[in-house]
Design a protein around this ligand. Structure first.
Ligand code: ATP
Length: 230
């Protein structure tokens, strides 16, 4: 569904992504884990067209989208839920969602409000009045209303209480079961372990490990010590 091949991205003279390869099968949750600063956000931004790669290829469903601007990537069915959520603090919950609305979406506002009961209760509240968990749900709802085939989630569990992370896990699995292909980027393993079908590990701008959830569970202690411990 989403394929990255030999992706290199620089910020000035800093070589951040160093030949990243990633295959994300349709309707699955792929998680990319890695320590702080290895390039996970840069990878997501490069997919989304927010940062231009110096070489390599990004394709969605067989269409080469390398170097496309973000609005075209979005129209191709890729939605981005950024780190820090970036919801509009002065807009209400409903206004925040409507920003991303697309005609004939499979996720109209009524459906989203059923999916996210906390947002339903707070429709008229401003973004700034929401808790971190509610803001995260709102960021996901705003991405869903654009009717994506692929959703990129950057550190969605950051700063959230364990109970809210569990609710987030439920939502992410539900989206996968509805056919949305998900890329989950996380520094924290908890959410990734709870939802991912496949796990990848990035170290210094390269993918160094890939396994199914089952294999990952069996190897977890070794992998954690080798690649993820700070
Ligand atoms: N706009 C920028 N200009 C220059 N360097 C940058 C820029 N954005 C990020 N970097 C650097 O690129 C490297 C990778 O950053 P990136 O945010 O992709 O890492 P990450 O794995 O997502 O980490 P985090 O979990 O902290 O977001 C870091 O060393 C960071 O300091």
């Amino acid at each position: 569904m989403l394929t990255i091949a030999g992706l290199n991205t620089h910020y000035g003279a800093s070589h951040i992504l160093q030949g990243v390869d990633l295959e994300m099968p349709q309707g699955r949750i792929s998680a990319v884990l890695g320590r702080n600063g290895v390039g996970k956000t840069t990878m997501v931004k490069t997919i989304m067209g927010l940062v231009a790669p110096s070489s390599g290829r990004v394709a969605v469903g067989g269409t080469d989208i390398t170097g496309w601007p973000p609005h075209r990537v979005s129209r191709q069915g890729v939605a981005y839920v950024p780190e820090g959520r970036l919801i509009f603090p002065d807009l209400t919950v409903l206004e925040n969602i409507k920003v991303g609305e697309r005609p004939d979406t499979a996720w109209p506002i009524d459906r989203l409000l059923k999916l996210f009961p906390s947002l339903n209760e707070r429709q008229a509240n401003r973004g700034s009045q929401l808790s971190g968990g509610e803001q995260q749900m709102l960021a996901i709802a705003r991405a869903l209303v654009s009717d994506p085939k692929v959703m990129l989630l950057d550190e969605p569990s950051q700063g959230l209480a364990p109970l809210v992370v569990r609710e987030l896990a439920r939502i992410i699995k539900l989206l996968r079961d509805e056919g949305v292909t998900i890329l989950l980027v996380e520094q924290n393993m908890k959410l990734a372990e709870a939802v991912a079908d496949e796990l990848h590990i990035m170290v210094k701008g390269r993918m160094v490990y890939r396994a199914s959830a089952e294999v990952f569970r069996a190897e977890e202690a070794t992998i954690r010590a080798r690649y993820l411990t700070m």
